[in-house]
Structure formats: structure tokens, C-alpha cells
Design a protein around this ligand. Structure first.
Ligand SMILES: NC(=O)c1ccc[n+]([C@@H]2O[C@H](COP(=O)([O-])OP(=O)(O)OC[C@H]3O[C@@H](n4cnc5c(N)ncnc54)[C@H](OP(=O)(O)O)[C@@H]3O)[C@@H](O)[C@H]2O)c1
Length: 342
């Protein structure tokens, strides 16, 4: 017997990827329900490349009783309304919004990094998926932390517009086209023109001058990997449709050479090391679209600190940063706790 699985937000960027990944990984689902808002009722979404079309239902009228797992990608406001209802009905919620990530009773999981923390899910019957930039970074940091104990991380992100949902992708497309034909390119979703530009501002500003996106990278890394690690982040939106990139400087308690870091990363789960010190011997966001791996390139010593390395990390933000990680959590939940579908 397999699972009865719900995908909430199935018409969105992340939700559509969830449906593709469930199909691609042959998740043991007996039944799948696709949900969204009243705006999308009657729309159809294909289950992977199967040709099987699934109808989108209104989440408002859906009864979660008897369903095992719900993958949520509907934003914090709607999650606040529906996640408690699903969880109380016995359907475990795996949520992509930021709503529950820092709740001490909700595990925040990246399966390659802290799988054991999932055991706390019963407190609220909710499991949180991290922010897209955090997810790919901790996959790269974990094996290096195990080897030489990370003390401090300095990260600058180059985040694609798909991280801001469908509206973000539409805005980059429309602005680029408008600029080519000489029409006005007014910002709507973003605070400044995103086409042919970069914007050093994602999410709202905090009192200390940092942004909420930067704060998320700090606190989520501590919750997932190690509270002792100091993190400072600068998060930047760039005119790329899909794929987040990060330039990361890492300081360690113990010595770790760039060569040893490369060897460790080559063997690490979820990581693909592509690091030839030659023209094109590194990965850019365009090449990681639709891929499962988190790519690491440009691993080198940072001679400005005692034990430090610098690296470049790229991943598909809709996959490892959201949908893939959520499906991996569902697989982990199945293996460790629900044990259906064997
Ligand atoms: N994009 C990323 O890289 C990324 C990474 C990590 C986490 N996330 C999180 O994942 C969530 C979804 O992001 P996205 O990029 O997929 O956004 P999106 O493309 O804008 O899609 C939003 C989805 O949520 C649904 N929705 C919105 N309001 C709803 C409501 N009141 N009731 C039911 N459904 C509602 C929409 O349905 P309709 O089509 O009917 O409006 C749509 O299916 C957000 O919480 C986001 O923070 C995104």
C-alpha cells in the first residue's frame, strides 16, 4: 500500500516541480490530490511526463482526513490558515514557507545534513523546508564541517527571479522584452528594474540594516547544522530565471586544504564537484536547471585567514531549494516513521 499525497500550491513554481519530482522519483503514492486557490480550480497539471492529467481542486473545500502527507508551497499567509487544519487531521505537512522554520517544535530538515531531527515532527505534525539559499549552502558545508569544524561563514548570493514566484519570472521576461522594443520597464514585484540589473535587497529590511532573507540564512544554518557557526550573508537578486549561486568563504577551527576539501566534496551526498581550473571548468546557474545536485566549483585556499577556503556553489532553487528537498523529506518520513509503500 502506498501513500495518499497532497500537493498544495500545485499551480506555482515550486508546486509544479513537486509534482514532476514525485513522478520522476516514483514516489510510492496511491493517490495524489493537487490543490491551489479558487483562482485555479479546474486547471489541469500533468503528473511528470506520464500524460496523466490531474485536476486542481480548491484547498478551501478539501478534507485532509485520511491523507498521509501534504507538500505545501502556498506562501506563509495561506499556510497559517491551512497547515494547522491538515496537521490536526493527521496529514503530515511538509511546508516550504518560512512560517514554521524557526518554531522549536517544528523540525527544519535537509535530509543530507540533519535527517535525525525529523523524529521531532510529531509535536506539531509539521516539518519545515529551509529557505532556498540555506538549503544548497548547508549541503556543501556539512561534509566540510564534519572534517574540520566550521567557525565562520561569509556568503554572498546571486539569486534568480524564480525565487520570487511566478510573478518574479514574468517581471524579468516582460521588462527584458519591453526594454528591447523601447517600452517602459516599471518595477512591480521587485523594488527596482531587475532586467539588466542586480538588486541588493531580498525580503524586508530589519532594524540592524540586514534583510530578512539574510537573517534566514544565518538562523536556519544554525538550526540545521550547528548553532555555534557564525554566518554573515549578503543576498542579491540577479536577472537569472532559475538557479541560485553563492560565493562562500569558510573559516575552520582545524586545518583543511583546498585539495582535501575537493576530495571530501567529491564524495559528499547531494554534491557534484565540477572544478577544473580552466575556461568553463565550473558550473553556472543555466547548467543546473532541472538537476538534483548542488554543484560546487572554484574551491581554493583563502590565505587571508588561518584556516579558510573559498568556493562557488550553484543549485536549482526550485529543486534542492524547495521541491526536491520537500520530496526528500517525504521519503525520509516514509522510511523512518510511516513505512508504507515498501
Ligand atoms: N521559489 C523558490 O525558490 C522557493 C524556495 C523555497 C521556498 N519557497 C516557498 O514556496 C512557496 C511557493 O512559492 P512559489 O515560488 O511556488 O510561488 P508561486 O509560483 O507564486 O505559486 C504560489 C502557489 O500558491 C498558491 N496559493 C497562493 N495563495 C493561495 C491561497 N490563499 N490558497 C491556496 N493556494 C494559494 C497559488 O495558487 P493559485 O495559482 O491558485 O494562485 C500557487 O499555486 C512560498 O512559500 C515560497 O516562499 C519558494
Amino acid at each position: 500500500m502506498g501513500y495518499r499525497v497532497v500537493v498544495a500550491g500545485a499551480t506555482g513554481n515550486v508546486g509544479r516541480e513537486m509534482v514532476n519530482i514525485l513522478a520522476d522519483r516514483e514516489f510510492p503514492a496511491d493517490e495524489i490530490a493537487l490543490l491551489a486557490s479558487s483562482r485555479s480550480v479546474g486547471e489541469q497539471v500533468e503528473y511528470g511526463d506520464s500524460g496523466k492529467m490531474l485536476k486542481v481542486q480548491n484547498i478551501e473545500h478539501f478534507d485532509p482526513a485520511g491523507w498521509d502527507i501534504a507538500l505545501f508551497a502556498i506562501g506563509s499567509e495561506a499556510t497559517k490558515v491551512y497547515a494547522p487544519r491538515f496537521a490536526a487531521a493527521g496529514c503530515t505537512v511538509i511546508d516550504n514557507s518560512s512560517l514554521y522554520r524557526m518554531d522549536p517544535d517544528v523540525p527544519l530538515i535537509v535530509p543530507e545534513v540533519n535527517p535525525e531531527a525529523i523524529d521531532g515532527y510529531r509535536a506539531r505534525n509539521i516539518i519545515a523546508n529551509p529557505n532556498c539559499s540555506t538549503a544548497q549552502m548547508v549541503v556543501a558545508l556539512k561534509p566540510l564541517h564534519d572534517a574540520a569544524k566550521i567557525t565562520r561563514v561569509v556568503v554572498s548570493t546571486y539569486q534568480s527571479v524564480s525565487g520570487a514566484g511566478k510573478q518574479g519570472m514574468d517581471e524579468l521576461f516582460e521588462q527584458s522584452r519591453n526594454i528591447f522594443v523601447g517600452d517602459p520597464a516599471e518595477p512591480k514585484k521587485f523594488t527596482k528594474q531587475i532586467a539588466f540589473n542586480v538588486i541588493p535587497h531580498i525580503d524586508s529590511f530589519l532594524e540592524d540594516g540586514s534583510t530578512k532573507e539574510e537573517w534566514k540564512m544565518v538562523v536556519e544554518t544554525k538550526k540545521i547544522l550547528d548553532p555555534k557557526i557564525k554566518v554573515t550573508a549578503t543576498c542579491v537578486r540577479v536577472p537569472v530565471f532559475v538557479g541560485h549561486s553563492e560565493a562562500i568563504n569558510i573559516e575552520f577551527e582545524n586545518e583543511l586544504s583546498a585539495e582535501d576539501a575537493q576530495k571530501i566534496l567529491r564524495e559528499a551526498p547531494g554534491i557534484m564537484l565540477v572544478d577544473k581550473r580552466e575556461d568553463g571548468g565550473y558550473v553556472t546557474p543555466i547548467e543546473c536547471v532541472g538537476e538534483y545536485a548542488t554543484y560546487v566549483s572554484r574551491v581554493r585556499d583563502d590565505s587571508t585567514v588561518d584556516n579558510g577556503i573559498a568556493l562557488w556553489c550553484v543549485s536549482d532553487n526550485l529543486r534542492k531549494g524547495a521541491a526536491l528537498n520537500a520530496v526528500q523529506i517525504a521519503e525520509l518520513l516514509g522510511r523512518r516513521h510511516l513505512q508504507k509503500g515498501d
